[in-house]
Design a protein around this ligand. Structure first.
Ligand code: NAP
Length: 286
C-alpha cells in the first residue's frame, strides 16, 4: 500500500492561524507591530525568490517587513556595523541575513554579531548552544519544520524510535539531531564520509524516521526505505527544470508510511517557523 503524503502546507496553515492571532494581540498589547528586517548584500536571483516569499508571508500574518539592501562592495567591517545598528534599532525585532553572501564576507563571523535576541534563524552560537541544553526558544527554521512535520503524523510516539539523518549541516542536520535526542529518539547522523564508505544504504534501511538534507537528487534510493518509515525529504534540487528532493520519491512512496513531497513538504513550513520566531523574538524584547 502506498504511503501518505506529509504536506507542509497543511501543517503550516494551522501554525499561520496561531501566528496571525498572536501578532494582532501583541500589536494591541504593546502598540507596535512585530517587524522582520531582512539584510541583502548585492543582487542574487536565488535569494530574491526567498525574499518575496518571506515578505508576502510576513505581511499576510501581520508582521512588518523591511528589506535592507546593501551594496555588494561593502566591507566586512561596514557590514558588521550595519548589523550592530539593527541590533540597537528598537523597531527591528527580527534580523535575517540573506544567503549567499559575497566571497569576502565570512557568514559564520557575521552570525556572531546578530543580537541573540533578534537572531530569528538561530545562527548565533548562543542560540545554537541553547539547543544543547533543550532550552532554545528560537529554533533553526528548517530543523524545527522537520519536528513539526513529525509531530503532525497521527498518533506518532517519538520516544524510543530509531532515526537516521542524512546531512550534518549547521542549519539542518546537527540541530535536528539534538532536537530528536531531546525526544529520546535514537539518532544516527550520516554525512559525506558515510557516503564515501558505501554504508549509507545500511543506515537508511534501519530508519523508522528518515530525514534527508543533502542537496543531491536521487541520493537515497526508494528501495532503501524501511517499510512503514516516515520520510522527510529536505533537499531541493532542480533537475530538467523540475524541483525534486534527495529521495527517489515514487519508489520511496511505495514503502514509506508517510513521506513529504518536494516541493510542498518542508519548504512551506520553514518560512512559517521563521515568522513564529519573529513573534518569539518580539516577546523576548518586550
Ligand atoms: P549543506 O550545508 O550543503 O549540507 C549538506 C550535507 O550533506 C553536508 O553535511 C554534507 O556533508 C552532506 N553530504 C554531501 N554529500 C553526501 C553524501 N553523498 N552522503 C551523505 N551526506 C552527504 O546543505 P543544507 O543547507 O543543509 O541543505 C541541504 C539541502 O536542503 C539542500 O538541497 C537545500 O537546498 C535544502 N534546504 C531546504 C530547505 C527547505 O526549507 N526545504 C531549507 C534549507 C535547506 P559534508 O559537509 O561533510 O560534505
Amino acid at each position: 500500500m502506498a504511503g501518505q503524503l506529509l504536506e507542509g502546507k497543511t501543517v503550516a496553515l494551522k501554525i499561520k492561524e496561531q501566528i496571525k492571532k498572536e501578532a494582532a494581540e501583541l500589536k494591541t498589547k504593546f502598540g507596535i507591530q512585530p517587524k522582520l528586517v531582512s539584510v541583502q548584500l548585492g543582487e542574487n536571483s536565488a535569494s530574491e525568490i526567498y525574499i518575496k516569499s518571506q515578505e508576502k508571508t510576513a505581511r499576510d500574518l501581520g508582521i512588518d517587513y523591511e528589506l535592507k539592501k546593501l551594496d555588494a562592495s561593502v566591507t566586512q567591517d561596514e557590514f558588521i556595523k550595519a548589523i550592530e545598528l539593527l541590533n540597537k534599532d528598537k523597531s527591528a525585532h527580527g534580523i535575517i541575513v540573506q544567503m549567499p553572501l559575497p566571497q569576502h564576507i565570512d557568514a559564520k563571523l557575521i552570525s556572531r554579531y546578530i543580537s541573540p535576541l533578534k537572531d530569528i534563524e538561530a545562527v548565533h552560537p548562543q542560540n545554537m548552544g541553547e539547543i544543547v541544553f533543550g532550552k532554545a526558544k528560537i529554533l533553526p527554521c528548517t530543523a524545527a519544520a522537520c519536528m513539526e512535520l513529525l509531530n503532525s503524523v497521527p498518533s506518532i510516539e517519538l520516544y524510543g524510535k530509531e532515526a537516521v539523518i542524512v546531512g550534518h549541516s549547521e542549519i539542518v542536520g546537527k540541530p535536528l539531531a539534538l532536537l530528536l535526542l531531546d525526544k529520546f529518539v535514537t539518532t544516527t547522523v550520516c554525512h559525506i564520509a558515510t557516503g564515501q564508505r558505501g554504508t549509507l544504504p545500511e543506515f537508511v534501511k534501519k530508519a523508522e524516521i528518515l530525514i534527508v538534507a543533502v542537496g543531491k537528487a536521487g541520493l537515497v534510493k526508494g528501495d532503501w526505505v524501511k517499510p512503514g518509515a516516515i520520510v522527510i525529504d529536505v533537499g531541493i534540487n532542480r533537475v530538467e527544470g523540475k524541483i525534486v528532493g534527495d529521495v527517489e520519491f515514487d519508489k520511496a512512496l511505495e514503502k514509506a508510511a508517510y513521506i513529504t513531497p518536494v516541493p510542498g513538504g518542508v519548504g512551506p513550513l520553514t518560512v512559517t517557523i521563521l515568522m513564529r520566531n519573529v513573534l518569539e523574538a518580539f516577546k523576548q524584547q518586550q
